[in-house]
Write a protein that binds this ligand. Structure first.
Ligand code: GAL
Length: 679
């Protein structure tokens, strides 16, 4: 009995071992682009730079299945073996982002279709339809052949499903999608009557009498029903999920111990849902899409980290990048600084894009560690130093987490509602996340973004930016969070509609007006948006400009802490606090712009006595903290091209220098440090 219990325990713990369990450092490698005789040198140079993994295969369907039903993985067998000789493991990408020519010419119905009815051109990538039965069948088959072929290969450790779902094209209007959409709705609503009622189809005579009358939201003379638009987005997201799941199930069958991931963060996917099928979420990090990447990239990383318990970088910018366009080049030191910024924000793996710049094709301007001429230069040296730095921290920081008192609630449904009913281009839910991230980072706090199914009680302060849809579960969750001592700060135009994306007979903010102690009785939308038209004046005199939106409030129970400064609502409440249980529900009657984010974080962090992660840090320097057990790891990143001094005080150990850190440190331009402090 005892033996049985023991072996049962062993089995359970073996099953529970995480599939992702090593800090990976590596590159995207395309052996099919290079003469085989160069592979060995590549592997040697990689090894010298500290590389322990390559990702390969994700665009090579044409090689793996050169003719329909004929499979050949031999090139990859050989490439994996060469890498393995140098201790480098492999992540295999399933090749479905780039179907071979024979496939799209023989089965044109597999192509994605634009809203104008034209099929996507098949001369680049990502031109397939997730719901095409033929594409689904052929995708499953190539993945099955691949997984079966590599079943016993000890050098393969993980899989990337496809590549960047919804990059380039995030909506499809094919016949397959139309049929699948009807089916998806039928399953959800069961009967047409209930769909008609929930969508309000009495409006403009849109009452369906047959499922076959429902269509995708093609361009139309007037605007579409918001209910249809939201369901279309949810349908796209579910289509991606189920397409991904096909592949996950096959790989799990053959390689149950490998980790499975997907890379990228694009439109029309609820990543909280799609990541549930993965072992780790991977983000592709290209800071040079921003001229000043520090804050926007920090915010993106915070979002990517929020989708799953584990997070890594599958593609990290290395050199300049471009296709028909050209982005700015990272200055010496920035490539590794940005890699460390990603690690500072929780990445447990760092794979650079790409080993060598392609000599031909659409990405001949997208630089790798080595350039076209193959000469290792400064970028290789920087990559090598980064590899050594990662080697010094990898074991310790693997699995450590950012712990935050402040969170921002992300609801993909709400984002999709605003994608269609956007009011004006300055209403941008995403921007609120960037502002809140920036304000928290400037004040030296960690901040989390969370989905609505996350545990709210880990936090002291939660922001709800433009949470336009409210439902009883979310309302209850917010109430409990507040009653147990939290502060929930909700922006204007939240809780305006139900989950069907329709208005309701309830007083706004619906389902939570009692908790917030306010009624929204009117609103103003400034057109064109401008800073001069109104502002919010706090009781302590702080004045926060607003650019777009002003809710007009009537307080029922709440106490105003700020009033409108101009317009017909001048002097009426603009920010209110309502005590409930041990906490507070705060209504902020405009959107969270940067000034608002700074003011609100300052005000409520002070009320909870939150301490900055580190004192004595100049503005140029970003600080985050990852924690594991009693150890705290402070990532200190100098984002400026100048030497700066920081004064963290005594008691830190400099992991990269492997020595106790002095109380006062200098950081060279773009330098980073990782300081450990043990509690
Ligand atoms: C990513 C993609 C890569 C490569 C890279 C640089 O979006 O996954 O395959 O295209 O960008 O453009």
């Amino acid at each position: 009995m005892r033996v049985l219990a023991f072996s049962l325990l062993l089995t359970v713990s073996a099953l529970a071992a995480p599939r992702y369990n090593e800090f990976l450092y590596g590159v995207a490698y395309y052996p099919e682009h290079w003469p085989e005789k160069s592979w060995e040198r590549d592997a040697k140079l990689m090894k010298e730079a500290g590389v322990n993994v390559v990702r390969i295969g994700e665009f090579a369907w044409y090689l793996m299945e050169p003719r329909e039903g004929v499979f050949d993985f031999s090139l990859f067998d050989r490439a994996i073996a060469v890498m393995a000789k140098y201790g480098i493991k492999t992540i295999l990408g399933t090749p479905t982002a780039a179907p071979p020519k024979w496939l799209t010419s023989k089965y044109p119905e597999t192509l994605a279709v634009y809203s104008n009815g034209r099929p996507a051109d098949d001369q680049t990538r990502r031109h397939y339809c997730y719901n095409s039965p033929v594409y689904r069948r052929l995708s499953k088959r190539i993945v099955e052949e691949m997984a079966a072929h590599f079943k016993d290969n000890p050098h393969v450790i993980g899989w990337q499903i496809d590549n960047e779902f919804n990059c380039h094209i995030s909506e499809c209007y094919s016949d397959s999608c139309r049929a699948a959409f009807r089916e998806w709705l039928r399953e959800k609503y069961q009967d047409l009557q209930s769909l008609n009622e929930r969508w309000g189809n009495a409006f403009w005579s849109q009452w369906y009498t047959q499922w076959g009358q429902i269509d995708l939201p093609f361009p139309a003379p007037a605007y579409h029903n918001p209910a249809l638009m939201l369901e279309f987005k949810r349908f796209i997201s579910d289509s991606v999920r189920s397409y991904q799941r096909d592949q996950v199930e096959i790989i799990r069958k053959y390689r149950p111990n490998d980790f499975i991931t997907h890379n990228g963060y694009f439109k029309n996917i609820d990543y909280y849902l799609m990541s549930r099928d993965l072992d780790i979420f991977a983000f592709d990090n290209y800071p040079c899409f921003n001229n000043e990447p520090r804050f926007p990239v920090g915010s993106k990383l915070t979002m990517a980290r929020s989708f799953h318990d584990r997070f890594m970088i599958m593609e990290q910018q290395t050199g300049p990048g471009g296709q028909a366009y050209l982005l700015r080049t990272p200055r010496p030191g920035e490539m590794s600084l940005w890699a460390f910024q990603a690690i500072a924000h929780g990445a447990d793996g760092m794979v650079h894009f790409r080993w060598r710049t392609a000599r031909k094709g659409a990405e001949e301007y997208w630089s790798g560690v080595l350039e076209h001429d193959d000469v290792p230069r400064a970028r290789y040296e920087e990559f090598k130093k980064e590899g050594a730095d990662i080697g010094r921290i990898a074991k310790e920081i693997l699995g450590s987490r950012l712990v935050s008192d402040i969170a921002v609630l992300k609801d993909f449904d709400a984002e999709w509602v605003y994608d269609y009913q956007y009011f004006t281009s300055e209403v941008n839910v995403g921007a609120s996340f960037d502002h809140l991230f920036r304000a928290a980072s400037e004040a030296r706090y960690n901040i989390d973004f969370i989905g609505r199914h996350a545990d709210f009680n880990r936090y002291k302060i939660i922001f709800g930016p433009q949470l336009i849809l409210m439902d009883p579960d979310l309302a209850l969750k917010i109430r409990k969070f507040v009653e147990q001592g939290g502060t929930f700060i909700m922006s204007a135009h939240s809780a305006a509609k139900d989950r069907d994306n329709g208005m309701t007979p309830h007083v706004k903010p619906i389902l939570v007006n009692d908790l917030f102690g306010v009624e929204v009785i009117d609103f103003q939308c400034y057109q064109p948006p401008s800073r001069g038209k109104n502002a919010i004046r706090f009781e302590d005199g702080a004045l926060v400009p607003v650019n777009v939106f002003a809710d007009v409030l009537k307080t029922t129970k709440a106490t105003p802490v700020a009033v409108w400064d101009q317009d017909y609502m001048k002097g009426t409440p603009a920010v209110t606090e309502n005590r409930a249980g041990k906490g507070r529900a705060v209504y902020y009657a405009s959107f969270f712009n940067l000034e608002a984010a700074r003011e609100l974080i300052r005000r409520y962090a002070a009320q909870y006595g939150l301490k900055p992660l580190m004192d004595g840090v100049p503005a140029a320097v970003e600080v985050t903290r990852r924690s594991k057990g009693r150890n705290h790891y402070y990532f200190v990143l100098n984002h400026e091209n100048e030497t700066v001094t920081i004064k963290p005080g005594a008691g830190y150990f400099d992991l990269l220098a492997n020595t106790p850190a002095p109380a006062v440190l200098t950081l060279k331009p773009f330098e980073y440090k990782v300081l450990r402090r043990t509690q």
